[in-house]
Design a protein around this ligand. Structure first.
Ligand SMILES: Cc1cc2nc3c(=O)[nH]c(=O)nc-3n(C[C@H](O)[C@H](O)[C@H](O)COP(=O)(O)OP(=O)(O)OC[C@H]3O[C@@H](n4cnc5c(N)ncnc54)[C@H](O)[C@@H]3O)c2cc1C
Length: 444
């Protein structure tokens, strides 16, 4: 192991399988194989975050008795990213609440967690993962859970000092420190992270401008109704949100980022600039190892890559959704957790069919947005509730069945939609929009 640089957070000590909820996915137990089978070289998990940790913990819950090594390039033990743009950034959540598991969990679960440790290659012939210092860790199964980094779009000035990114804790601390010293912030990109940071920065009293090239906020994942509604909310909170407004370059002031220049030449000065332009996937390791990749690492229904000893999960994995009839890749905590568990199930002998109802949430100001399903492919829309009142849901239907639901402060609608998407039960549109009809009655 790379003892020189990498920090080892647990050695193989006691084995303790934690009790917990049963595997919630579409899985059937293979009678021929026994869960918890012994392995000669164990499982190496590359990426110590939401998906990797979920896989490691689930392996132990299933009484897998081989070595489990969780390897992370970051200096921290696994932590949750969602608060980085929300409560952590607005100063409402201390760093201690970010850790996904306490430090003691790793030795207690016999999971070796290496931090500050980058895997630079996967040797498929010898079945070894190669650490940056050249040391090798043998595996029977390897799991790639390498997620991604903040994407840096090809905008002149994007590499100027003072340009902020937000994917990891280090970047969140950097951004937070920059906001402490700033009176104004320009955000490039009105996706979830850009808008959440805008809301957090407004809470901190900054003047905020958001520039979005698309014609509405959250254009990639949310419907026009929802995107337009959120745009109005942000403007109501004083954000200067401009859509159909590509940024031509980042303004330089004293050798640092000092604002943005728009396509028409307008300059917007800002003390701080955040690039919130999506995710650049960490597929390099998989590509160099010759695994099939196409905007993600391609995996089968059991989360196996084109090498049957190597799995992938979380943001980096692309899989076929039987539910939606197409290949998808999800960037959400829920998917990272469930797909990590699915990999563990497959490694321990389950016949796994990973086919989730996707879901996602976002907190902006006092609003909780929950999205179940995927909106593409709908042929009709039903709105339930009144947007003016701040709690409503937009249902997306295809051939009379719900395929997605966007719910604002409407947990019952969101939870019922998850079940209706999974069951494929036809729903009556009039009943769906009628607030006098309880959502639970539509499930019956
Ligand atoms: C600011 C922010 C807010 C978010 N908010 C929400 C939200 O509200 N709701 C939601 O559902 N999702 C949200 N997400 C998305 C969610 O955090 C991700 O979907 C989730 O973290 C994906 O987990 P993952 O384990 O697949 O990948 P990641 O969390 O990206 O972790 C991958 C890890 O692999 C490590 N790694 C990469 N390459 C190597 C290597 N070669 N060797 C060793 N380690 C390596 C990386 O350093 C990283 O730690 C948010 C994300 C961010 C950044």
């Amino acid at each position: 192991m790379a003892r020189s640089k990498a920090r080892i957070h647990a050695r193989h000590k006691s084995r303790q399988a934690s009790a917990g909820s049963p595997f919630p996915l579409q899985a059937r137990r293979k009678p021929a194989k026994k869960a918890g089978m012994s392995t000669k070289a164990g499982t190496v998990i590359i990426g110590a975050s939401q998906a990797g940790l979920s896989c490691a913990a689930e392996l132990r819950r299933r009484k897998y008795d081989g070595p489990v090594t969780l390897i992370g390039a970051e200096p921290h033990l696994p932590y949750q990213r969602p608060p980085l743009s929300k409560a952590y950034l607005s100063g409402e959540m201390p760093v201690e609440r970010l850790w996904l598991k306490p430090e003691a969990f790793y030795p207690a679960s016999d999971i070796t967690c290496l931090t500050n440790a980058s895997i630079t290659a996967i040797d498929r012939d010898s079945r070894e993962a190669v650490l940056a210092d050249g040391q090798r860790i043998g595996f029977e199964h390897c799991v790639i859970a390498t997620g991604g980094e903040a994407r840096i779009p090809p905008i002149p000035g994007a590499n100027l000092p003072g340009v902020q990114l937000l994917r990891n804790l280090g970047e969140a601390d950097h951004l937070s420190a920059a906001l402490n010293d700033a009176k104004s912030l320009a955000v490039i990109g009105a996706g979830y992270i850009g808008l959440e940071v805008a809301a957090s920065a407004r809470k901190r009293g900054l003047k905020v401008t958001v520039l979005e090239a698309a014609e509405r906020p959250m254009a990639r994942t949310a419907s026009p109704i929802l995107g337009g509604w959120f745009g109005a909310i942000h403007r109501g909170y004083g954000v200067d949100l401009r859509v159909s407004t590509p940024v031509a370059s980042i303004l330089e002031k004293n050798g640092r980022a000092g604002g943005v220049v728009l396509g028409d030449g307008e300059e917007i000065a800002a003390d701080s600039v955040l690039l919130a332009a999506g995710l650049a996937l960490n597929t390099g390791l998989a590509e160099a190892a010759g695994l099939d990749c196409e905007n993600g690492i391609l995996v089968d229904t059991a989360c196996r890559t084109s090498d049957r000893f190597i799995y992938a999960c979380g943001d980096v994995a692309r899989f076929h959704s039987a539910l939606y009839g197409r290949s998808i890749r999800l960037e959400s905590v829920q998917n990272a957790i469930e797909q990590g568990k699915a990999v563990a199930a497959a490694i321990t002998g389950e016949d796994v069919r990973y086919d989730p109802v996707p879901w996602f949430w976002s907190d902006q100001y006092e609003l909780k947005l929950q999205i179940a399903g995927l909106i593409d492919g709908a042929d009709s829309i039903v709105r339930r509730g009144d947007p003016e009142m701040g709690n409503f849901a937009v249902f997306h239907l295809k051939e009379g069945r719900i395929i997605a639901c966007e719910a604002i402060n409407s947990a019952p609608e969101y939870m019922a939609a998850q079940k209706l998407i999974r069951s494929g039960k036809p729903v009556d549109a009039d009943a769906l929009r009628n607030l006098d009809v309880a959502m639970r009655d539509l499930l019956a």
